[in-house]
Design a protein around this ligand. Structure first.
Ligand SMILES: *Cc1c(COP(=O)(O)O)cnc(C)c1O
Length: 377
């Protein structure tokens, strides 16, 4: 059996070497390292793939979120509602911009931001909602957009974990994750579903004026050379990273399908296991692209299971072990433990299994049988 990896970047690279290497080589030969033609080419190709009017490439996913908030003109003191159960980047940029983060609980089934909790958190100071499409499946965007409209709020989708996922509206219409809100942000960190070979990110929007504002912000607030109209940042997608991404983009659907297939096999193996809750999926199969395959284990010492798997050379992850409202940087007397019942439970019960495009049947069999026999001991 091949050694099991949490993410198998080497295995994936060896399959696509012949496409990626010449694409990188081309950038080196033409020396257009910054804002070269590859960046523009990738931008256009991603716009077409997503069916969105504007893609603005930038340096990483955290920048993408920050720049999206700057572009919307959010001001210090504005309240921004986001999920308590997510990676810290989301709340970090809210705090960095001196906006007020308002963390709320998530759903027990899909782990995404809870609509009732958002409703309860809205005040006259609320300006935006940041749903995070956790582990590869969209938050309930239809309900979120309705709420946003009723309260005149911006919606910024954190799409770092769900690129390529579809969102299916109640009427059956499908759109790509990240293109539903006023603005979407994504990351091309190597282990993400569309990963480059370093850092990268992008912002999506269908709003022409916002796209224009954001294009200036990523480039030092310049709309005309050496005229700085607003305070901006320096956040660029490297041409070499764009070359990698442009070579990989045509494979994204295939890659996501491989993740979905692996998830189906995990699901089948755990179907009748009492202590395990497999990931909840709603709508069509292409709505969840499994950035992570995350189980909930009930009545089991999760940390002992992690140890047992590691002892058997099965890597696994706990995303996330501590809710954001209890992280030192973000604790606040506004928060009450009773309001975070679901997150507080999830941090004790979640375990993410190896998930990537190169998992084979033998590995999945070894992982699932190791877990099941441990639970039966
Ligand atoms: C990865 C990730 C980010 C940050 O992306 P970087 O490119 O690492 O800055 C933001 N939000 C979520 C939910 C992520 O998973």
């Amino acid at each position: 059996m091949k050694k099991i990896q949490m993410v198998d970047l080497k295995g994936q690279y060896s399959e696509i070497k012949d496409i990626v290497n010449p694409s990188i080589q081309e950038v080196i030969e033409n020396t257009a390292f910054i804002n070269g033609p590859k960046v523009h080419e990738f931008q256009k190709n991603l716009e077409n793939y997503l069916g969105v009017k504007h893609v603005i490439p930038c340096a990483n996913g955290t920048d993408a979120l920050q720049i999206a908030m700057m572009g919307l003109g959010l001001k210090p003191g504005d309240e921004v509602i986001t999920a308590d159960f997510t990676f810290a980047a989301t709340v970090e940029v809210i705090a960095l911009l001196q906006l007020t983060p308002v963390l709320v609980d998530v759903n027990a089934d899909d782990f995404n931001i809870n609509i009732e909790a958002i409703k309860n958190a809205i005040t006259p100071k609320t300006k935006a909602i940041v749903p995070v499409h956790l582990f590869g499946q969209c938050a309930h965007m239809e309900a979120i957009m309705e709420l946003a409209k009723a309260h005149n709020l911006f919606v910024i989708e954190d799409n770092a974990q769900a690129i390529g996922a579809n969102y299916t509206y109640a009427d059956g219409t499908k759109v790509k994750a990240g293109t539903i809100g006023h603005v979407g942000a994504t990351s091309f960190f190597p282990s993400k579903n569309l990963g480059c070979y370093g850092d990268g990110g992008a912002i999506f929007t269908n709003d022409d004026a916002l796209a224009h504002t954001i294009r200036g912000i990523v480039n030092h607030g310049m709309y005309e050379r050496y005229h700085h109209d607003v305070v901006g940042v320096n956040s660029r997608l490297d041409s070499i990273q764009a070359a990698v991404l442009d070579a990989k983009l045509p494979l994204l659907d295939q890659y996501n399908n491989r993740r979905i297939e692996a998830a189906n096999k995990y699901d089948a193996a755990f179907k009748d296991v009492e202590n395990i809750v497999t990931p909840y999926r709603y709508g069509d199969l292409d709505n969840h692209v499994f950035h992570q395959y995350t189980l909930q284990v009930k009545g089991v010492d999760r940390d002992a299971l992690v140890k047992h798997l590691n002892a058997n050379d099965i890597p696994c992850g706990v995303y996330y072990p501590i809710p954001l409202h209890r992280q030192k940087a973000y604790v606040d007397e506004r928060y009450h433990e009773a309001d975070f019942e679901v997150t507080n439970q999830l941090v004790k019960e979640v375990i993410s299994l190896p998930m990537h495009t190169e998992l084979d049947d033998e590995q999945i069999h070894f992982i699932t049988t190791t877990i099941i026999s441990y639970l039966n001991e």
